[in-house]
Design a protein around this ligand. Structure first.
Ligand code: ATP
Length: 193
């Protein structure tokens, strides 16, 4: 199983593409999306309500039966780090082998995540490259601080799209040109009505 954690505020075609390609390239049965209730590194930022982001992710992955929402993080004691989620899922599904999907900007940040050494030991990573964070250099730099880190690069064209860019456009009432699919936009409009 591939685990895909994120804020998804809002979820966009970059997320959808990397999840689909991860499913194709890893041979995993499914990709499980894990929206973070309030991600520790984004506590300073105004983040849309968890339920709303869950609904947007559901809308994004509608029609992709191998992509599934997993809301386990809602029920874990706070503050909960990614490693707590991974451990909880590994305990619940002892026969399943898990990997974790991130963008290369997150690969660069991994050494700063809570209990990063334990996380690196617990699960291997698949990485979608983002502008400014080339895979080899980023992996090498993170590995200096996390010697047990295991990561592989996903074959994927760089899609230079972020939730930050889309939040700004949505806040100004500007079109997002399909980068947030219409089915997701309908949920966003409902939340922000
Ligand atoms: P923000 O702009 O608010 O930081 P984001 O677009 O990076 O948001 P997140 O929900 O934080 O979206 O991302 C979840 C995961 O997906 C992270 O590991 C991030 O690196 C990765 N990711 C997001 N967008 C892309 C993209 N376009 N290409 C590759 N990886 C991406």
């Amino acid at each position: 199983m591939v685990l895909f954690g994120g804020t998804f505020d809002p979820p966009h075609v970059g997320h959808l593409t990397m999840a689909q390609l991860a499913w194709e390239q890893t041979g995993a049965d499914e990709v499980w999306w894990l929206p973070a209730p309030v991600p520790p590194h984004k506590a300073h930022q105004q983040v849309d309500d968890y339920g709303g982001r869950v609904e947007m992710v559901r809308a994004l992955i509608d029609g992709y039966p191998h992509l599934r929402l997993c809301d386990i993080e809602a029920s874990l004691p706070k503050p909960s780090y990614t490693v707590d989620t991974v451990r909880a899922l590994q305990t619940l599904h002892p026969r399943v082998s898990f990997s974790f999907l991130v963008g290369s900007d997150s690969l660069a940040q991994l050494p700063n995540w809570g209990r990063a050494q334990e996380l690196a030991r617990a699960i291997p990573f698949w990485v979608a490259v983002r502008t400014g964070w080339p895979f080899d250099e980023t992996y090498a730099a993170s590995r200096e601080r996390l010697p047990e880190l295991r990561a592989e690069r996903l074959e994927m064209p760089i899609l230079d799209v972020s939730s930050t860019f889309l939040r700004e456009r949505l806040a100004r009432g500007l079109p997002v040109c399909g980068l947030v699919p219409d089915r997701v936009l309908r949920v966003w409009n409902k939340i922000h009505a």
